[in-house]
Design a protein around this ligand. Sequence first.
Ligand SMILES: *Cc1c(COP(=O)(O)O)cnc(C)c1O
Length: 381
Amino acid sequence: MKFGTKAIHAGVQPDPTTGAIMTPIYQTSTYVQESPGKHKGYEYARTQNPTRDALQANLAALENGKHGICYASGLGATDAILKLFKPGDEIIASSDLYGGTYRIMVRVFAEFGLTFKFVSLDNPANLEAALTDKTRLVWIETPTNPLLRIVDIVAIAQITQQRGIRLVVDNTFASPYLQNPLNLGADLVVHSVTKYIGGHSDTVMGAIVTNDDDMAARLKFIQNACGAVPGPQDCFLALRGIKTLHVRMERHCQNAQRVAEYLQQHPKVSQVYYPGLPDHPGHELAKRQMRGFGGMASFELVGDSLPEAVRVMESFEVFSLGESLGGVESLCTHPASMTHASIPKPEREANGLKDTLIRLSVGIEDVDDLIEDLERAIAQI
Ligand SMILES: *Cc1c(COP(=O)(O)O)cnc(C)c1O
């Protein structure tokens, strides 16, 4: 089955009692048993819920994996993965990382004895150099947030597989429509469903997909034992969003390409980060491992002045200033003060993230209106 058909049909079937085509929202905390221990496979809603089951099966199909496991947020999913490890285990993560992922690693799990190293993994040789006999997990994002660097999943997976180290890919920015890390050698894919998968800025949720039966069993155990489960209404909204994921992503890609090309020729723009631009350092690699370049683009203004960047962000009329990404509406973010504020400034700067960088989540509005909005806002400086 191809992607668009899976998005609409995988994991869902008409409701057996009424034929309702949409999976019902099973808004229940418990299930009545016929006699003690004699039930229909559902005991308590933290453990199992039919709306969640449908979503989990659907997400597994979209990532070409066997097991899908959903959590109350993307970071809930990250938390579950990190709980698979023990004090003394070392985790190597790419230095260009979602701020919240960095924060849960260094502020929460480091306290429990996991050790973390942050390494620039857009060059896979850096991973070889950083590995020790304690390394158990490698964590990458690609494209990265907010600099849209591309990490070579196949090259990283070759290194981790040889040594029996697990590889996690945070696939939030690409979505399963544009990239399937399990097919490229990753062991686990993690998503903030909040973003493109949900797609309508109305749900917070996370998911993990894997082919590994043992890790899936442990992650399901953690889902139930630690309890960060999504509610049935949110599962319904995610399922509903997924039905148009392929159509939305096509338009996100087209619009972001146009926006990036427009910004690149603008005399007041000094730098544009978008993997769909031929001079982007990861362009060829992105063509190999992705089916499109996505809806995220970042840029810097000539002169590198923070007050001017702020003025531009305040002047938008179609782009809304806000955290998050991946919804149908266009958003702009100031990573240094918003999504990445939890990363200390020296570390941000060492990593190439300037305080003047503006990140765009290009929505699926009419692109002419988006370009007009950029034109008007940049004209304010
Ligand atoms: C938003 C985001 C997360 C965290 O997801 P939440 O649903 O907000 O908990 C993780 N990784 C990336 C790349 C994100 O953009």
